[in-house]
Design a binder for this molecule. Structure first.
Ligand code: NCD
Length: 327
């Protein structure tokens, strides 16, 4: 059984393998990662993909238990974590509907976490509040993986996004990457923009004024020496981008629904728009899409979002194996 390595402890010397900086660690923010960590995870993820394609599963994590605790809806994140654990021979306590758990009886997050960490080897947590995974991590002796904390971060999504860029285009350095849609509330954008700062990339941010990238994230990106280009129209950047990362307007985050209505249908990627893009670029989306990408675009080989979604399982397999010290 893995008991957590103190978050503030430096990795060196604590890991059972030379490069695995994830052993016994919480995964709370992309700010924890260095490039060598990503190279390591992506290497393991490639091996996981090969294993799944060849034999479907392995018993690397046989006997290990993952608690999947979701206080917000999820299809891909929760099922890919569950599939990842099961393909590694482990098992899952799924609490996808906190409605049916003691949370409805008024149980606090710390008490729920204390319960699950007593039964499981690690806890994957999605919660509507920014910083919830940090709080959970304080109460847990077992590693916590942040699967989305409100409008904060979604670090494992950013890992799979970056892995996808690397797999599809063969590199990350030197690319022009544009993120479009709800940059204010989209936690996947907040994590990806931060993670991309580890690379030599050009970033563009496309949104209406009310959905601009939060100042905090923008300042961090600028502080790391990246020029931030902001625009209102995908048309402004479509011809030069290598990656167009489109996001859903996060309806559930708006307190004023008329404001949501004013921006909900602002962007739609169509085959017409794609005809102006580079032949080698890729179109990404964390999914679910609710009108941002026309279904006709799915047939375009540059539409990478379903491959991106599948990569989530391989990256999460790598992460689980790494955190539990079996990679
Ligand atoms: C995203 C999320 O939950 O932040 N989805 C996901 O995890 N793949 C994006 C979204 O909900 O729009």
């Amino acid at each position: 059984m893995v008991t957590k390595v103190n978050g503030s402890t430096k990795r060196v010397g604590l890991s059972p393998t030379m490069h695995n900086g994830f052993y016994g660690r919480d995964i709370l923010s992309v700010k924890q990662f260095a490039r060598e960590d990503l190279d390591y995870i992506f290497g393991v993820a490639e091996e996981m993909e090969a294993i799944v394609r060849r034999v479907g599963a392995t018993d690397l994590l046989k006997g290990s238990i993952l608690a999947n605790l979701f206080y917000e809806p999820s299809t891909r994140t929760s099922s890919s974590f569950a599939a990842a654990m099961q393909r590694l021979g482990g098992s899952v306590i799924p609490i996808n509907e906190v409605r049916y758990s003691s949370v409805t009886k008024g149980e606090s997050l710390p008490d729920t976490i204390r319960t699950l960490e007593a039964y499981a080897d690690l806890v994957v947590l999605r919660h509507p509040e920014v910083g919830a995974s940090q709080i959970a991590a304080r109460y847990s002796r077992k590693p916590i993986i942040n699967a989305g904390d409100g409008v904060g971060e979604h670090p494992t999504q950013a890992l799979l996004d970056l892995f996808t860029i690397q797999q599809e285009l063969g590199r990350v350095d030197g690319l022009h990457i544009a993120m479009a849609g709800d940059l204010k509330y989209g936690r996947t954008v907040h994590s990806l923009a931060r993670l991309l700062c580890l690379y030599d990339v050009e970033m563009s941010f496309v949104s209406p004024d009310i959905l601009r990238l939060p100042e905090e994230v923008r300042d961090e990106v600028i502080a790391l020496g990246k020029p931030v280009r902001e625009t209102h129209a995908i048309e402004d950047i479509i011809e030069t981008v290598d990656v167009l990362y489109v996001t859903r307007v996060q309806k559930e985050r708006f307190s004023d629904l008329t404001q949501y209505e004013s921006v909900r249908n602002l962007y739609e990627v169509t085959t017409d728009l794609m005809s102006r893009a580079k032949p080698k670029m890729i179109l990404m989306h964390p999914l679910p899409r609710v009108g941002e990408i026309h279904y006709d675009v799915d047939a375009d080989p540059r539409a990478a979002y379903f491959r991106q979604m599948e990569n989530g399982m391989y990256v999460r397999m790598a992460l689980l194996a790494a955190v539990l010290g079996k990679a």
